[in-house]
Design a protein around this ligand. Structure first.
Ligand code: GAP
Length: 516
């Protein structure tokens, strides 16, 4: 199965089992907008809980807020989003399709990489065990030619993006003879900047209207509340403010399912520090965030840092935590050292003094900021894709199982009477009523027990409990483990403890190494 087919199966599975639906589907959908279904919302809430607990409840010096989606329009001028939150766009005059110029070039670069990978595979077949990939890549003329082209185009693109040179971006598309995937022609318009913020109108008291924006990040809601939180919470530097909430971006190239959406959720934390100490905190938060990811047990090899060489004008260090999605390593989270840019800009634009008096040094200053910013939907996709497994079982049977971390699984426990009669449903409901206060349980009495197990495997339920005729006499049930499929007979009175241990988020949270 190709990677693309495997990814299609994952997307189909997410829909079939009530995790994610295309938005407005009965009206043919709305591009790059998705709804979370009955299982999706539970899983999403568990991810939020994992983040919030680790950030807010387990740190003395981090508090949470929930700011509004609409903010004063001047905020987006101060932050630079009105002037510079742009994507470079180009249209094909024949197909009338619009593309991101940099994405067209990136796709071209990906094709060069693919060509080289194919050459390497050919070499591997030809030379067998004696094949040395590094030597092959360093000497094969086809590979060298493609690599030289890749280096040249990549360097030109990085420079053009860095300088905001739209003509240079277009020239790369022309020089590389990149054609429109729809029309196949190279009949391109000029490249233009396109602002990613959605705008709408706010009625004001005079009956007039003003343009306001749907926030493209949650971070600014934190910056503009810096003084409120610092004063009312008597917060001492270093301290952080965390927030989870919706963000909106009019993405032109919205693809790869919930990886890039137009409406999505972010989990962001701004950590305010003394100027000059930001590099220490930047390093500490990089490690803390990586350890938060790894504690979930999806596989340490699935993560890597990508330190930015080219920095945004307001940053003095930045890194991405990349995850190996089904379509390759891609950004999952950003950790940014944003200097005093944001607070400084809001001080300038609002005219309010945004400073902190440091009782230890006796000085007032504008704090520096380390930001950790992760997309909740991207985190959802990372977990879902790592958990999705198609398995061949003994006897030729197949099953699809979501090997979700138990604390993230939407349903923790399925309660299944073996048959729909003889008092078994009543006993099962008694157990359900006992456990549902602490765990999200699902009761199911339809179909054979085997089919019911498969349904629970498909949504990642860590445990199934079967109530049979013996239960009525011995007060014991069979508990089945999702991953090993082993079954054990246990007293009903032990169920709560067994399940608590398995699904405990505390165990995972304890593994996280904290920023010092
Ligand atoms: N406040 C900083 C900020 O917003 P960003 O790198 O633009 O930085 C942070 O976004 C994170 O938000 C990304 O690492 C990604 O996980 C998520 N994200 C950004 N754009 C997204 C989109 N269109 N759809 C889904 N997630 C997105």
């Amino acid at each position: 199965m190709t990677q693309e087919e495997a990814f299609k199966n994952l997307v189909a599975h997410a829909k079939e089992y009530g995790f994610i639906f295309p938005s407005s589907e009965i009206y043919d959908g709305l591009s790059a907008v998705y709804d979370y279904g009955q299982n999706g919302v539970e899983m999403k809430n568990n991810i939020k809980k994992y983040w919030w607990e680790s950030m807010v409840h387990l740190n003395d010096n981090i508090v949470g807020i929930d700011s509004a989606i609409f903010l004063h329009p001047r905020i987006w001028e101060a932050s630079g989003h009105v002037g510079a939150f742009n994507d470079p766009l180009i249209d094909n005059k024949d197909s009338k399709k619009r593309y991101r110029a940099d994405v067209l070039i990136e796709d071209y670069l990906a094709k060069l990489e693919e060509k080289n990978n194919k050459e390497v595979e050919k070499g591997r077949k030809r030379f067998g065990d004696a094949f040395d990939e590094a030597q092959f890549r360093a000497t094969n003329p086809n590979v060298l030619r493609n690599q030289a082209k890749w280096d040249e185009v990549h360097a030109r693109m990085t420079e053009a993006l860095g300088k905001n040179d739209l003509a240079a971006l277009r020239q790369i598309i022309i020089d590389c003879e990149i054609a429109c995937p729809i029309s196949g022609t190279k009949n391109w318009t000029e490249v233009r900047q396109f602002n990613l913020m959605f705008s709408t109108q706010l009625g004001n008291v005079d009956g007039g209207v003003g343009t306001i924006y749907l926030r493209p990040e949650t971070a600014q809601g934190i910056f503009v509340n810096f003084l409120n939180v610092q004063k009312t919470g008597r917060m001492k530097i270093p301290f952080g403010i965390a927030q989870i909430g919706k963000a909106f971006r009019n993405e032109i190239v919205a693809r790869q399912f919930i990886f890039r959406m137009r409406e999505f959720e972010q989990m962001e934390m701004q950590f305010f520090v003394r100027p000059g100490e930001e590099m220490h905190w930047f390093k500490a938060w990089k490690e803390t965030r990586l350890s938060w990811h790894k504690a979930l047990g999806l596989g340490d090899e699935k993560y890597r840092f990508h330190d930015h060489e080219k920095l945004a004008h307001y940053a003095n260090a930045a890194t991405d935590i990349e995850f190996e999605f089904p379509f390759g390593f891609k950004e999952l989270e950003g950790v940014h050292s944003r200097t005093d840019f944001d607070l400084g800009q809001h001080q300038k634009f609002s005219g309010r003094k945004i400073q902190y008096f440091d009782p230890e040094t006796g000085e007032s200053y504008t704090p520096y900021v380390i930001e950790t910013s992760i997309g909740l939907d991207r985190m959802f996709l990372a977990i879902l894709s790592a958990a999705y497994t198609e398995e061949q079982l003994e006897g030729g049977e197949e099953r699809v199982v979501l090997r979700l971390p138990a604390c993230i699984a939407p349903v923790k426990l399925a309660i299944l009477p073996l048959v729909k009669k003889d008092g078994l449903p009543e006993k099962a409901r008694e157990i359900l009523d006992m456990l549902r206060f602490d765990f999200n349980c699902q009761y199911d009495e339809k179909d054979s027990i085997g089919k019911r197990y498969r349904r629970q495997d498909a949504i990642g339920t860590p445990y199934c409990i079967t109530i049979d005729h013996d239960t009525l006499g011995d007060n014991c049930v069979t508990i089945r483990d999702r991953d090993t499929m082993t079954q054990e007979r246990v007293p009903i009175s032990d169920l709560h403890d067994i399940v608590s241990k398995k699904i405990s988020m505390t165990t995972v949270l304890r593994k996280i190494q904290k920023a010092q």
